[in-house]
Design a protein around this ligand. Structure first.
Ligand SMILES: NC(=O)c1ccc[n+]([C@@H]2O[C@H](COP(=O)([O-])OP(=O)(O)OC[C@H]3O[C@@H](n4cnc5c(N)ncnc54)[C@H](O)[C@@H]3O)[C@@H](O)[C@H]2O)c1
Ligand SMILES: [Zn+2]
Ligand SMILES: [Zn+2]
Length: 368
């Protein structure tokens, strides 16, 4: 079929919206009609050419939600008409990692996904017979996408898809970091560094876990205001003296949990240093620049602080994204507050500009 999609043609250049070809789903795959898609940092990062693993031409986009239009042979988990959220982090439910409660990092299709292929090593996207590669296994800056069934979470049809799409990446990453990776306990003190989509999600996650005190640190007063709305009990402007300020607030010990959502290694270091002696857990969500390292004084670890990393918030996508969406429907999470701009597919590059200018939390592309 023919469809419109935003293609990364050349690194550092705007995406080009155009008509390209999409093949039918093969066995184990599903054709999804996109209804909405958020614009996330990873899309911009790849488009910029800074990501060493990036490739072109490719159809970007990974924060999608839509409706199943057709299923390939052997797909019994989804039916035509189902509402789905796309998962760049799939869940096959069969590999060693999926069978373990300790991780959400599925091993099933990693290699092919990283190369921009579907699991059988080919692409469904093409132009004049030349293959165009998929991105993060999702390619949701397009009217339609073909994806493996194991990379789609079936969500309640009651959830508006322009909000459900935020659960495809940023929001679930933040919520999950608190709920599934850190497993924040009720009554604890938590510090969240960063109040973008991920950090605000983490603040909400700490609140849902029953944290007693939630401190949010950011550079923007406006964003800190949003953090308060999501449940932060204290907010502060970040800087060189942040660790000292947090130690002071916590009787000199540090916080039970710190969650980093900035992507800055200097802030990651602050997250480690403001975690409590004895048992403080510092959870890293941010994606640092290529070659950057995190400096930790080993004594901080010997005296009981721990460090964890969190990919997609530790969320096992097919099982837990539907649960998180349900919590939104139950009124536990104010998702509307994150949806700052609505764009058409043709305005996708404006989504990058808005993100660059830190204008709003999320821009969402809506497909007519
Ligand atoms: N682990 C994952 O699976 C995953 C998924 C999505 C995004 N991410 C990463 O998470 C990070 C956050 O994503 P986002 O969409 O929320 O980004 P964002 O840019 O919207 O938010 C980052 C926030 O950090 C704040 N900040 C900057 N310097 C600071 C400082 N010194 N102290 C405190 N706050 C500071 C900024 O003001 C901003 O509000 C990024 O690195 C992104 O790539 C990771
Ligand atoms: Zn993302
Ligand atoms: Zn798996």
């Amino acid at each position: 079929m023919r469809m419109r999609a935003a293609v990364l043609e050349e690194f550092g250049q705007p995406l080009v919206v155009q008509e390209i070809d999409l093949e039918e789903p093969k066995p184990g795959e599903v054709l999804v009609r996109l209804v909405a898609c958020g614009v996330c940092h990873t899309d911009m990062y790849t488009a910029s050419g800074v990501d060493p693993s990036g490739y072109a031409p490719a159809v970007l986009g990974h924060e999608g939600a839509g409706v199943v239009e057709a299923v390939g042979e052997g797909v019994d988990s989804l039916r035509v008409g189902d509402h789905v959220v796309t998962l760049f982090s799939p869940q096959c439910r069969e590999c060693e990692h999926c069978l373990s409660p300790r991780t959400n990092i599925c091993l099933a299709i990693r290699d092919q996904q990283g190369k921009g292929h579907l699991p059988d090593g080919t692409t469904r996207l093409s132009r004049d017979g030349e293959p165009i590669r998929h991105f993060m296994g999702t390619s949701t800056f397009a009217e339609y996408t073909v994806m493996p069934a194991i990379a789609l979470a079936k969500v309640s049809p009651e959830a508006p898809l322009d909000r459900a799409c935020l659960f495809a990446c940023g929001l679930s990453t933040g919520l999950g970091a608190a709920m599934y990776t850190a497993k924040v306990e009720a009554g604890t003190t938590c510090v969240v560094f960063g109040a973008g989509m991920v950090g605000l999600g983490a603040v909400a996650g700490c609140r849902l876990q029953g944290a007693d005190r939630i401190v949010c640190v950011d550079l923007s007063q406006e964003r800190l205001q949003m953090a308060r709305h999501q449940g932060a009990t204290d907010v502060m402007i970040g800087g060189a003296d942040t660790v000292e300020a947090i130690l002071e607030m916590t009787g000199g010990f540090g916080a039970d949990h710190t969650i980093e959502a900035t992507g800055l290694v200097g802030v990651m270091r602050q997250a480690v240093e403001s975690a409590r002696m004895g048992w403080g857990l510092a959870t890293m969500c941010g994606v640092a620049g290529k070659g950057e390292t995190l400096a930790i004084i080993p004594r901080l670890l010997i005296t009981g602080r721990r460090v964890a990393g969190s990919s997609f918030g530790g969320v096992k996508g097919r099982d837990q994204v539907p649960q998180l969406v349900q919590r939104y429907l139950d009124g536990d999470i104010d998702v509307d507050a994150f949806l700052s701009h609505r764009l058409t597919l043709d305005e996708v590059n404006k989504g990058f500009d808005l993100m660059h200018a830190q204008d709003g939390i999320r821009s969402v592309i809506e497909f007519a």
